[in-house]
Design a protein around this ligand. Structure first.
Ligand code: HSE
Length: 439
């Protein structure tokens, strides 16, 4: 039987999961590929770490260079994470003619264009299913299953840590920092959880998905990113009263001559299917011209879900090797020469619905003054709620708007914030909702 040699760079959580699957599911994988996928070597700087993994002596080494320079190794799996070392090793592996599988979303979002170019020049396959949504087959769906579709839009919950925190605040009423502590203890937060909380982990993933969906270069820098740290239990409570939940959504839309790509806390109606995605689970909805709406849902992180995605990439490449072909499917779905540059719409140019909350003195004329300013910027109010005051001091005033332009919202809120009777900065949360109720 043909043997295909695999080398893994990094034996942390994900690398360990991949090694476990290759060894423990050898028969299943062999029967699907028609070749034996042999884990020849795995490298990690920490050889002493206790791992739930049984390997023959000499398989685990501390020299990644030995793996990428081994002429017998056909496929390199990068599960180191981070940018610098991983980039250097991947480019060297490509240069050595090895096929590459990576789970590294930050690396691809920041340096994917250069890495894909190097892979194209060298004629090798590069696969990255595990970089977005863990076990969810979102990359394969966009690149293969939906390849005949013009993709109109996507909306996704792509960060388990943020979704867990927002779900926990909503269900248990606990504080943000306690919910974050629980997410860290459960192991799905990044080593530096600020990447989760500030939305950048989600932005890395959206940058990859947007390129795949619309046939454009990866463009992380133009994505608008706003994290969840300002979301309070009070806003979650108000949202619930209006029939919404709050999710950190990755939103991407193809407007033809421009792309919308943004990450921010978003209010969605309870009957939006993404509203029921709770805890650390991820989900993405994709809207295509022929397929209609497609929902993908599952575990976005964790040892075995992420390893599952990496193994599917390894199997794809191994099947190519068995068929004597490579680059059957272009990494970014579109053929290299057909990848376009479409500008990302600046956030000030988008139109959406808004929730905002002011702290204002409970006195005559407050609401008319606020609504006058909103009206002067062409912003139509859909509903207003003021909670009665329990003690002396400001009261929360909450307003929902019809469709409005972001730039106008910002100008209006800045004017309102400077009024004498307003204390604290207003809270603003965008709402994703059909336009059918707009007037
Ligand atoms: N920190 C990420 C999350 C892990 O919370 O979803 C998967 O990318």
């Amino acid at each position: 039987m043909k043997k295909i040699n695999i080398g893994i760079l990094g034996c942390g959580t994900v690398g360990t999961g991949v090694a476990k699957m290759l060894t423990e599911k050898k028969d299943l994988i062999t029967s699907r590929v028609g070749a034996y996928l042999h884990l020849k070597q795995i490298a990690d700087i920490d050889l002493a770490l206790e791992r739930d993994l049984k390997l023959d002596p000499g398989i685990l080494i501390d020299d990644a260079g030995k793996i990428i320079n081994d002429p017998e190794i056909d496929i390199i799996i990068e599960t180191i994470g981070g940018e610098d070392i991983a980039k250097e090793l991947i480019l060297k592996a490509i240069d050595n003619g090895k096929h590459v599988v990576t789970a590294n979303k930050a690396l691809l979002a920041n340096h994917g264009n250069a890495i894909f170019k190097a892979a194209s020049v060298k004629g090798i396959d590069i696969a990255f299913e595990a970089s977005v949504g863990g076990s969810i087959p979102i990359i394969k769906s966009l690149r293969e299953s939906l390849a005949g579709n013009q993709i109109y839009s996507m909306a996704g919950i792509l960060n388990g840590t943020c979704n867990y925190i927002l779900s926990k605040i909503s269900s248990d009423g606990i504080e943000f920092k306690d919910a974050l502590g629980q997410a860290q203890a459960k192991g799905f937060a990044e080593a530096d959880p600020t990447l989760d909380i500030n939305g950048f982990d989600t932005a890395h993933k959206l940058a990859i998905l947007t390129a795949l969906a619309y046939g454009i270069e990866i463009n992380l820098n133009d994505i608008y990113v706003e994290g969840i740290s300002k979301i309070t239990p009070l806003d979650i409570e108000f949202a619930r009263e209006f029939g919404y939940s709050i999710k950190l959504l990755a939103i991407s839309k193809n407007n033809g001559d421009s792309i919308e790509a943004r990450i921010h806390p978003t209010m969605i109606l309870f009957d939006n299917i993404l509203s029921s995605v709770n805890g650390s689970l991820n989900a993405v909805t994709i809207s295509g011209d022929a397929a209609g709406d497609v929902l993908l849902y599952g575990h976005g992180a964790g040892m075995m879900p992420t390893a599952s995605a990496i193994i599917s990439d390894i199997i794809d490449i191994a099947r190519n090797l068995m068929a004597g072909i490579q680059r059957r499917i272009p990494p970014l779905s579109y053929q290299t020469g057909n990848i376009k540059k479409i500008p990302v719409l600046p956030i000030d140019e988008i139109n959406t619905h808004y929730y905002f909350r002011f702290s204002a003195a409970d006195q005559p004329g407050v609401l008319s003054k606020i609504s006058g300013i909103l009206g002067s910027y062409g912003i139509s109010i859909k509903s207003v709620h003021q909670k009665g005051r329990k003690s002396k001091g400001p009261v929360p005033i909450v307003m929902l708007t019809h469709n409005a332009k972001e730039a106008n919202m910002k100008k209006a809120l800045s004017e309102i914030s400077s009024l004498d009777f307003i204390s604290d900065m207003p809270v603003i949360i965008r709402i994703e909702e059909e336009d059918k109720n707009d007037e």
